[in-house]
Design a protein around this ligand. Structure first.
Ligand SMILES: Nc1ncnc2c1ncn2[C@@H]1O[C@H](COP(=O)(O)OP(=O)(O)O)[C@@H](O)[C@H]1O
Ligand SMILES: CC(=O)N[C@@H](CCC(=O)OP(=O)(O)O)C(=O)O
Length: 307
Protein backbone atom coordinates (compact mmCIF):
# COMPACT_ATOMS: atom_id res chain seq x y z
CA UNK A 1 0.00 0.00 0.00
CA UNK A 2 1.42 3.47 -0.88
CA UNK A 3 2.20 5.95 1.85
CA UNK A 4 -0.40 8.77 1.89
CA UNK A 5 2.12 11.30 3.26
CA UNK A 6 4.56 10.61 0.39
CA UNK A 7 1.65 10.96 -2.07
CA UNK A 8 0.83 14.39 -0.69
CA UNK A 9 4.47 15.48 -1.01
CA UNK A 10 4.73 14.52 -4.67
CA UNK A 11 1.75 16.76 -5.41
CA UNK A 12 3.30 19.72 -3.57
CA UNK A 13 5.15 21.25 -6.59
CA UNK A 14 1.83 21.32 -8.45
CA UNK A 15 0.20 23.21 -5.58
CA UNK A 16 3.17 25.63 -5.52
CA UNK A 17 2.83 26.29 -9.25
CA UNK A 18 -0.83 27.15 -8.78
CA UNK A 19 -0.05 29.45 -5.85
CA UNK A 20 2.72 31.22 -7.82
CA UNK A 21 0.12 32.09 -10.43
CA UNK A 22 -2.19 33.65 -7.83
CA UNK A 23 -0.89 37.28 -7.97
CA UNK A 24 -1.06 37.22 -11.77
CA UNK A 25 -4.56 35.78 -11.74
CA UNK A 26 -5.70 38.35 -9.18
CA UNK A 27 -4.33 41.21 -11.32
CA UNK A 28 -5.82 40.04 -14.58
CA UNK A 29 -9.18 38.62 -13.48
CA UNK A 30 -12.05 40.00 -15.57
CA UNK A 31 -9.68 41.55 -18.17
CA UNK A 32 -10.11 41.05 -21.91
CA UNK A 33 -7.22 39.46 -23.81
CA UNK A 34 -7.27 39.42 -27.61
CA UNK A 35 -5.23 36.52 -28.96
CA UNK A 36 -4.31 36.39 -32.64
CA UNK A 37 -3.44 32.90 -33.85
CA UNK A 38 -1.50 33.16 -37.12
CA UNK A 39 -1.88 30.67 -39.95
CA UNK A 40 1.85 29.99 -39.88
CA UNK A 41 1.69 29.02 -36.20
CA UNK A 42 -1.07 26.46 -36.83
CA UNK A 43 1.46 23.94 -38.03
CA UNK A 44 0.51 20.76 -36.21
CA UNK A 45 -2.35 19.14 -34.38
CA UNK A 46 -0.62 19.05 -30.96
CA UNK A 47 0.11 22.80 -31.15
CA UNK A 48 -3.48 23.64 -32.03
CA UNK A 49 -4.77 21.45 -29.18
CA UNK A 50 -2.32 23.12 -26.73
CA UNK A 51 -3.43 26.56 -27.96
CA UNK A 52 -7.06 25.61 -27.24
CA UNK A 53 -6.10 24.38 -23.75
CA UNK A 54 -4.31 27.66 -22.96
CA UNK A 55 -7.28 29.75 -24.09
CA UNK A 56 -9.72 27.63 -22.07
CA UNK A 57 -7.38 27.88 -19.08
CA UNK A 58 -7.44 31.70 -19.28
CA UNK A 59 -11.23 31.60 -19.57
CA UNK A 60 -11.60 29.40 -16.48
CA UNK A 61 -9.08 31.60 -14.63
CA UNK A 62 -11.53 34.49 -14.98
CA UNK A 63 -10.07 36.34 -17.99
CA UNK A 64 -12.04 37.07 -21.14
CA UNK A 65 -10.13 35.70 -24.12
CA UNK A 66 -11.18 36.70 -27.64
CA UNK A 67 -9.53 34.72 -30.45
CA UNK A 68 -8.85 36.27 -33.87
CA UNK A 69 -7.38 33.78 -36.32
CA UNK A 70 -5.36 34.01 -39.52
CA UNK A 71 -5.00 31.42 -42.23
CA UNK A 72 -2.71 32.88 -44.91
CA UNK A 73 -0.99 29.57 -45.83
CA UNK A 74 -4.32 27.70 -45.75
CA UNK A 75 -5.87 30.28 -48.12
CA UNK A 76 -2.89 30.07 -50.50
CA UNK A 77 -3.23 26.26 -50.61
CA UNK A 78 -6.97 26.47 -51.39
CA UNK A 79 -6.43 29.15 -54.04
CA UNK A 80 -3.82 26.92 -55.62
CA UNK A 81 -6.35 24.07 -55.78
CA UNK A 82 -8.73 26.48 -57.56
CA UNK A 83 -5.99 27.43 -60.02
CA UNK A 84 -5.69 30.98 -58.60
CA UNK A 85 -2.16 32.28 -58.14
CA UNK A 86 -1.42 34.00 -54.79
CA UNK A 87 0.07 37.46 -55.08
CA UNK A 88 0.93 39.88 -52.26
CA UNK A 89 1.41 43.63 -52.53
CA UNK A 90 2.47 45.73 -49.54
CA UNK A 91 2.18 42.52 -47.47
CA UNK A 92 -1.51 42.08 -48.39
CA UNK A 93 -3.13 39.44 -50.60
CA UNK A 94 -4.34 40.74 -53.95
CA UNK A 95 -7.95 39.58 -53.65
CA UNK A 96 -10.07 39.27 -56.80
CA UNK A 97 -13.83 38.58 -56.52
CA UNK A 98 -13.17 34.86 -57.14
CA UNK A 99 -10.33 34.79 -54.61
CA UNK A 100 -12.59 36.51 -52.04
CA UNK A 101 -15.03 33.59 -52.17
CA UNK A 102 -12.17 31.20 -51.42
CA UNK A 103 -10.77 33.44 -48.62
CA UNK A 104 -14.18 33.51 -46.95
CA UNK A 105 -14.69 29.77 -47.37
CA UNK A 106 -11.29 28.93 -45.87
CA UNK A 107 -11.35 31.42 -42.97
CA UNK A 108 -14.98 31.09 -41.87
CA UNK A 109 -15.71 27.54 -43.10
CA UNK A 110 -12.47 25.77 -42.34
CA UNK A 111 -9.95 27.46 -40.01
CA UNK A 112 -12.53 29.07 -37.72
CA UNK A 113 -14.59 25.84 -37.53
CA UNK A 114 -11.51 23.85 -36.56
CA UNK A 115 -10.58 26.24 -33.73
CA UNK A 116 -14.16 26.37 -32.47
CA UNK A 117 -14.21 22.55 -32.47
CA UNK A 118 -10.94 22.32 -30.52
CA UNK A 119 -12.08 24.85 -27.91
CA UNK A 120 -15.45 23.15 -27.55
CA UNK A 121 -13.81 19.84 -26.67
CA UNK A 122 -13.55 21.51 -23.24
CA UNK A 123 -17.21 22.52 -22.94
CA UNK A 124 -19.84 24.69 -24.66
CA UNK A 125 -17.52 27.69 -24.84
CA UNK A 126 -16.53 28.88 -28.29
CA UNK A 127 -18.77 30.72 -30.76
CA UNK A 128 -17.41 31.58 -34.21
CA UNK A 129 -18.24 34.73 -36.10
CA UNK A 130 -16.76 36.86 -38.85
CA UNK A 131 -16.51 40.64 -38.94
CA UNK A 132 -19.65 40.55 -41.09
CA UNK A 133 -21.78 39.33 -38.16
CA UNK A 134 -23.71 42.07 -36.35
CA UNK A 135 -21.53 44.68 -38.12
CA UNK A 136 -18.58 43.66 -35.95
CA UNK A 137 -16.02 44.90 -38.52
CA UNK A 138 -16.89 47.42 -41.25
CA UNK A 139 -14.39 48.32 -43.96
CA UNK A 140 -13.93 50.34 -47.09
CA UNK A 141 -11.68 49.54 -50.03
CA UNK A 142 -8.01 49.69 -49.10
CA UNK A 143 -5.60 51.04 -51.68
CA UNK A 144 -2.00 50.90 -50.49
CA UNK A 145 0.54 53.38 -51.80
CA UNK A 146 3.50 51.66 -53.42
CA UNK A 147 6.35 53.91 -54.56
CA UNK A 148 4.02 56.88 -54.39
CA UNK A 149 1.24 55.31 -56.49
CA UNK A 150 -2.15 54.12 -55.20
CA UNK A 151 -2.48 50.44 -56.12
CA UNK A 152 -5.70 48.46 -56.63
CA UNK A 153 -5.42 45.13 -54.79
CA UNK A 154 -9.07 44.11 -55.16
CA UNK A 155 -11.34 43.29 -52.25
CA UNK A 156 -8.93 44.15 -49.43
CA UNK A 157 -10.54 46.20 -46.71
CA UNK A 158 -9.41 49.07 -44.52
CA UNK A 159 -11.30 49.01 -41.22
CA UNK A 160 -13.51 52.06 -40.70
CA UNK A 161 -15.66 50.93 -37.78
CA UNK A 162 -15.84 48.26 -35.09
CA UNK A 163 -19.08 47.32 -33.31
CA UNK A 164 -18.14 45.30 -30.22
CA UNK A 165 -21.77 44.50 -29.28
CA UNK A 166 -21.88 40.87 -30.42
CA UNK A 167 -18.46 40.05 -28.91
CA UNK A 168 -19.33 41.75 -25.59
CA UNK A 169 -22.63 39.83 -25.45
CA UNK A 170 -20.79 36.54 -25.98
CA UNK A 171 -18.22 37.42 -23.30
CA UNK A 172 -20.98 38.38 -20.87
CA UNK A 173 -22.57 34.99 -21.57
CA UNK A 174 -19.33 33.22 -20.61
CA UNK A 175 -18.36 32.30 -24.20
CA UNK A 176 -15.10 32.54 -26.13
CA UNK A 177 -15.61 34.49 -29.40
CA UNK A 178 -13.53 33.22 -32.35
CA UNK A 179 -13.38 35.89 -35.05
CA UNK A 180 -12.46 35.53 -38.75
CA UNK A 181 -10.96 38.63 -40.36
CA UNK A 182 -13.63 39.29 -42.97
CA UNK A 183 -15.38 42.66 -42.92
CA UNK A 184 -18.73 43.87 -44.12
CA UNK A 185 -18.42 46.53 -46.77
CA UNK A 186 -19.63 50.06 -46.23
CA UNK A 187 -19.43 50.60 -50.01
CA UNK A 188 -21.61 47.77 -51.36
CA UNK A 189 -23.30 44.55 -50.25
CA UNK A 190 -20.23 42.37 -50.56
CA UNK A 191 -17.34 41.71 -48.12
CA UNK A 192 -13.65 42.57 -47.71
CA UNK A 193 -10.55 40.54 -46.87
CA UNK A 194 -8.75 42.10 -43.89
CA UNK A 195 -5.31 41.14 -42.62
CA UNK A 196 -5.87 39.18 -39.39
CA UNK A 197 -3.21 41.11 -37.40
CA UNK A 198 -4.91 44.38 -38.33
CA UNK A 199 -8.33 42.98 -37.36
CA UNK A 200 -7.01 41.70 -34.02
CA UNK A 201 -5.44 45.02 -33.08
CA UNK A 202 -8.53 47.02 -34.06
CA UNK A 203 -10.70 44.68 -31.97
CA UNK A 204 -8.30 44.85 -29.01
CA UNK A 205 -8.44 48.65 -29.05
CA UNK A 206 -12.24 48.81 -29.49
CA UNK A 207 -12.84 46.25 -26.72
CA UNK A 208 -10.53 48.10 -24.32
CA UNK A 209 -8.52 44.89 -24.00
CA UNK A 210 -5.73 44.75 -21.48
CA UNK A 211 -3.48 42.70 -23.75
CA UNK A 212 -3.05 41.85 -27.41
CA UNK A 213 -1.10 38.63 -28.01
CA UNK A 214 0.03 37.78 -31.50
CA UNK A 215 1.14 34.16 -32.00
CA UNK A 216 3.34 33.65 -35.04
CA UNK A 217 6.11 31.42 -36.42
CA UNK A 218 9.14 33.32 -35.09
CA UNK A 219 10.35 33.96 -31.53
CA UNK A 220 9.35 37.61 -31.61
CA UNK A 221 10.60 40.74 -33.34
CA UNK A 222 14.20 40.15 -34.43
CA UNK A 223 16.46 43.16 -34.06
CA UNK A 224 18.29 42.59 -37.32
CA UNK A 225 16.21 40.10 -39.34
CA UNK A 226 17.26 37.98 -41.25
CA UNK A 227 20.92 38.47 -40.21
CA UNK A 228 20.57 37.68 -36.51
CA UNK A 229 18.12 35.89 -34.23
CA UNK A 230 18.46 38.42 -31.39
CA UNK A 231 14.90 39.06 -30.18
CA UNK A 232 13.89 42.52 -28.90
CA UNK A 233 12.21 41.65 -25.61
CA UNK A 234 10.61 45.02 -24.82
CA UNK A 235 10.11 48.29 -26.62
CA UNK A 236 8.00 51.40 -26.25
CA UNK A 237 5.54 52.72 -28.83
CA UNK A 238 8.00 55.47 -29.82
CA UNK A 239 10.86 53.00 -30.24
CA UNK A 240 8.63 50.76 -32.36
CA UNK A 241 7.48 53.70 -34.49
CA UNK A 242 11.12 54.41 -35.38
CA UNK A 243 11.70 50.76 -36.35
CA UNK A 244 8.56 50.38 -38.51
CA UNK A 245 9.98 51.68 -41.84
CA UNK A 246 12.79 49.09 -41.64
CA UNK A 247 10.53 46.07 -41.12
CA UNK A 248 9.87 43.43 -43.78
CA UNK A 249 6.46 42.26 -45.03
CA UNK A 250 5.10 39.66 -42.53
CA UNK A 251 6.09 41.77 -39.52
CA UNK A 252 4.66 45.03 -40.87
CA UNK A 253 0.94 44.46 -40.14
CA UNK A 254 1.86 42.73 -36.86
CA UNK A 255 3.97 45.58 -35.50
CA UNK A 256 1.67 48.28 -36.93
CA UNK A 257 -1.12 46.43 -35.11
CA UNK A 258 0.84 46.37 -31.84
CA UNK A 259 1.51 50.10 -32.18
CA UNK A 260 -2.15 50.86 -32.92
CA UNK A 261 -3.21 48.78 -29.90
CA UNK A 262 -0.91 50.42 -27.32
CA UNK A 263 -1.65 53.90 -28.72
CA UNK A 264 -5.36 53.19 -28.22
CA UNK A 265 -5.60 52.03 -24.63
CA UNK A 266 -4.25 48.45 -24.72
CA UNK A 267 -1.68 48.05 -21.93
CA UNK A 268 0.66 45.59 -23.63
CA UNK A 269 0.92 44.06 -27.08
CA UNK A 270 3.08 40.98 -27.45
CA UNK A 271 4.43 38.98 -30.36
CA UNK A 272 5.17 35.42 -29.27
CA UNK A 273 6.27 32.14 -30.80
CA UNK A 274 3.20 30.06 -31.57
CA UNK A 275 5.42 27.09 -32.48
CA UNK A 276 6.21 26.61 -28.79
CA UNK A 277 3.62 24.48 -27.00
CA UNK A 278 1.65 26.44 -24.38
CA UNK A 279 3.34 29.67 -25.45
CA UNK A 280 0.44 31.72 -24.08
CA UNK A 281 0.84 30.33 -20.56
CA UNK A 282 4.64 30.61 -20.78
CA UNK A 283 4.39 34.26 -21.78
CA UNK A 284 2.05 34.96 -18.91
CA UNK A 285 3.67 32.99 -16.14
CA UNK A 286 7.36 33.59 -16.78
CA UNK A 287 8.68 36.88 -15.42
CA UNK A 288 10.66 37.85 -18.47
CA UNK A 289 8.13 36.66 -21.08
CA UNK A 290 9.20 34.69 -24.14
CA UNK A 291 8.67 37.11 -27.03
CA UNK A 292 8.51 40.83 -27.78
CA UNK A 293 6.43 43.13 -25.59
CA UNK A 294 5.33 46.60 -26.75
CA UNK A 295 4.25 49.09 -24.10
CA UNK A 296 2.80 52.61 -24.32
CA UNK A 297 5.34 55.44 -24.04
CA UNK A 298 4.36 56.54 -20.55
CA UNK A 299 5.04 53.02 -19.24
CA UNK A 300 8.62 52.89 -20.45
CA UNK A 301 9.87 53.11 -16.90
CA UNK A 302 7.55 50.30 -15.70
CA UNK A 303 8.86 47.17 -13.98
CA UNK A 304 10.99 45.16 -16.37
CA UNK A 305 9.16 42.00 -17.44
CA UNK A 306 6.01 42.75 -15.49
CA UNK A 307 3.24 40.69 -17.00
N1 LIG B 1 12.15 41.76 -37.88
C1 LIG B 1 11.53 40.58 -38.04
N2 LIG B 1 11.46 39.74 -36.98
C2 LIG B 1 10.83 38.56 -37.11
N3 LIG B 1 10.23 38.12 -38.24
C3 LIG B 1 10.27 38.90 -39.34
C4 LIG B 1 10.91 40.19 -39.27
N4 LIG B 1 10.75 40.76 -40.47
C5 LIG B 1 10.05 39.90 -41.24
N5 LIG B 1 9.75 38.78 -40.58
C6 LIG B 1 8.97 37.66 -41.15
O1 LIG B 1 7.61 37.75 -40.70
C7 LIG B 1 7.07 36.42 -40.61
C8 LIG B 1 5.81 36.40 -39.76
O2 LIG B 1 4.71 36.98 -40.45
P1 LIG B 1 3.62 36.09 -41.23
O3 LIG B 1 4.33 35.17 -42.15
O4 LIG B 1 2.62 37.02 -41.81
O5 LIG B 1 3.03 35.19 -40.05
P2 LIG B 1 1.51 34.88 -39.51
O6 LIG B 1 0.91 33.84 -40.38
O7 LIG B 1 1.77 34.40 -38.11
O8 LIG B 1 0.72 36.18 -39.52
C9 LIG B 1 8.24 35.64 -40.06
O9 LIG B 1 8.14 34.26 -40.32
C10 LIG B 1 9.46 36.27 -40.76
O10 LIG B 1 9.73 35.56 -41.94
C1 LIG C 1 -5.63 41.13 -46.88
C2 LIG C 1 -4.91 39.90 -46.44
O1 LIG C 1 -3.72 39.74 -46.76
N1 LIG C 1 -5.61 39.00 -45.72
C3 LIG C 1 -5.05 37.77 -45.23
C4 LIG C 1 -6.06 37.20 -44.22
C5 LIG C 1 -5.53 36.01 -43.45
C6 LIG C 1 -4.34 36.36 -42.57
O2 LIG C 1 -4.03 37.50 -42.26
O3 LIG C 1 -3.65 35.24 -42.13
P1 LIG C 1 -2.24 35.19 -41.37
O4 LIG C 1 -2.44 35.86 -40.07
O5 LIG C 1 -2.01 33.71 -41.22
O6 LIG C 1 -1.21 35.86 -42.23
C7 LIG C 1 -4.85 36.75 -46.40
O7 LIG C 1 -5.65 36.74 -47.33
O8 LIG C 1 -3.87 35.97 -46.30
Amino acid sequence: MSNPTARKHTALPKAQTLIEALPWLTRHRGKTVVIKFGGNAMVDEALKAAFAQDVVFLHHAGLKPVVVHGGGPQISKALDRHGIVSEFKAGLRVTTEDAMDVVRMVLAGQVQRELVGLLNQHGPLAVGLTGEDAHTITATKHQPRIEGELVDIGRVGEITEIDTGAIEALLADGRIPVVSSIARSQDDHHVYNVNADTAASALAAALGAETLMVLTDVEGLYEDWPNSDEVISRLTAKELEKLLPELASGMVPKMEGCLHAVRNGVETARVIDGRVQHSILLEIFTDEGIGTMVVPDDESTGTEGES
